[in-house]
Design a protein around this ligand. Structure first.
Ligand SMILES: Cc1cc2nc3c(=O)[nH]c(=O)nc-3n(C[C@H](O)[C@H](O)[C@H](O)COP(=O)(O)OP(=O)(O)OC[C@H]3O[C@@H](n4cnc5c(N)ncnc54)[C@H](O)[C@@H]3O)c2cc1C
Length: 403
């Protein structure tokens, strides 16, 4: 494919965020030329193709957050998109179960958030919970979310990719952004001088943003999500079963997901990773990242602002199958270690941290001006939110351009 070296918009990263931004630009700027640079051999090789595929309903987030509105709208938008495009959706819902008296307060808080965010969520008794999923362990009460669903994230990425190409937008795979030099974008496949640059590079978004004078107080800290699958012909849950989360951090706690294909899996964990693409073994090893990340982890460990010490200790234990099944097992009755033998492909969350306050950024974050725009914290549930999130981002870009 011939490269357009001067596209009106150049997007770095063909994850779900970069791809949906491209489609939205086409809607808001129909005559614009758009190119996407992707360092891998195909789109969706990182978070967007390695997530749980849960279309979250939107009840976890505080009303003042972008996540609250975008999640509710995104859940609806993807379900509609999947229906129109014949993609698999498992409309299996979700139970959030209390496991002890203390967790009942957490259920109440989630119910309050759902009400404010206008998300359908029902407080139910332990008996009603058992009717939905007989194996769930419920202490007195649970929450039932009927709009939570699961999709196959790779199938969704492929579908969006096809739409993009049929809209005349070019995706250049195997083309990595390397640096900015004399106002040009230097890539592994030559230089580009775009009208406007959009950085949707996931795990590397902070690094690229720095080249444009942004992300001054932020860095991405990777957290690894492991999955453990129930044996074929083994446990088959009817619905997703989640614990009451620790709302001080953005992770939802180890849970059971029912995939779009009706398989049951435990995960994902949120284990601090040692480098950005630290999926398995020494894959993607990067010494500079290791040193940097150990430094950030050490400072979070000392500050302990959001219970990082406890989180890190608890999460590291989840490398053990036995421990992971034991922890997840508090959500169900009668599960055994041998019911779960196969690890799935892990994913890594590109979680933004404020290096000044030593806090994890809980909401989506972006920065930009009339030349470039940087999506810095597209963490979960950015997959669910991608369609309305991209609409919002492109409107923000429009404002900057008209600025
Ligand atoms: C384990 C896990 C489970 C999750 N579960 C859910 C869930 O159930 N529901 C939900 O809504 N969300 C979930 N998420 C979150 C969701 O997957 C992400 O929020 C979303 O995929 C982010 O999309 P993205 O496009 O920003 O990032 P990515 O998918 O990571 O895309 C970024 C792209 O940029 C490319 N790139 C990076 N650097 C460069 C460079 N220098 N040059 C060119 N290209 C570059 C990468 O190769 C990549 O393709 C989960 C995430 C993880 C990790």
């Amino acid at each position: 494919m011939t490269l357009n070296k001067h596209p009106d918009f150049l997007i770095i990263g063909a994850g779900i965020v970069g791809l949906t931004i491209a489609l939205e630009i086409k809607k808001q700027f129909p005559d614009a030329t758009i190119s996407i640079l992707e360092k891998e051999k195909q789109p969706g090789m990182h978070s967007s193709g390695r997530n749980s595929g849960v279309l979250h309903a939107g009840f976890y987030y505080t009303a003042d957050s972008l996540k609250a509105r975008l999640c509710r709208d995104g859940n609806f938008a993807w379900r509609e998109y999947c229906e129109e495009n014949n993609l698999t959706v498992n409309q299996c819902g979700k139970l959030v179960v209390a496991r002890n008296a203390e967790e009942l307060n957490g259920l109440d808080e989630l119910a309050r958030r759902a009400k404010v965010n206008k998300v359908e969520l029902k407080m139910i008794s332990a008996i009603e919970s058992a009717e939905i999923e007989p194996q769930a362990y419920t202490y007195e009460r649970a929450l039932w979310s009927p709009t939570t669903a699961t999709v196959n994230p790779k199938e969704v990425v492929d579908s969006i990719q096809n739409k993009i190409r049929s809209n005349g937008i070019s995706i250049h795979n195997d083309t990595a952004y390397l640096r900015r030099s004399d106002g040009e974008v230097v890539s592994s496949n030559g230089s580009f001088s775009p009208g406007y640059l959009i950085n949707a590079a996931g795990l590397y978004a902070d690094k690229i943003a720095v080249d444009y004078g942004f992300s001054q107080n932020y860095k991405i800290l990777p957290f690894k999500g492991l999955y453990l699958y129930a044996n074929d012909n083994g446990l088959k849950l009817k619905t997703n079963v989640y614990p009451v989360p620790d709302l001080r951090n953005p992770f939802l706690g180890v849970h059971f997901t029912v995939t779009a294909e009706n398989k049951t899996k435990i995960g994902p964990t949120a284990i601090p990773a040692f480098w950005r693409e630290n999926y398995t073994g020494w894959d993607g090893f990067n010494m500079e990242e290791l040193v940097d990340i150990i430094g950030i982890d050490a400072s979070l460990f000392l500050a302990n602002n959001f219970g990082f010490r406890k989180l890190a200790f608890k999460e590291m234990q989840k490398y053990s199958k036995k421990k992971l099944v034991k922890l997840a097992g508090t959500l169900l009755n009668n599960i055994k270690k041998d019911d779960f033998k196969k690890w799935g492909a892990p994913g890594i969350r590109a979680q933004l941290i404020n290096t000044k306050t030593k806090q994890l950024e809980m909401d989506f974050k972006y920065e930009g001006d009339n030349r470039s725009f940087h999506v810095l914290n597209a963490v979960s549930p950015a997959f669910t939110c991608a369609l309305p999130f991209s609409e919002l981002l492109v409107s923000e870009i429009k404002k900057k351009l008209n600025g």
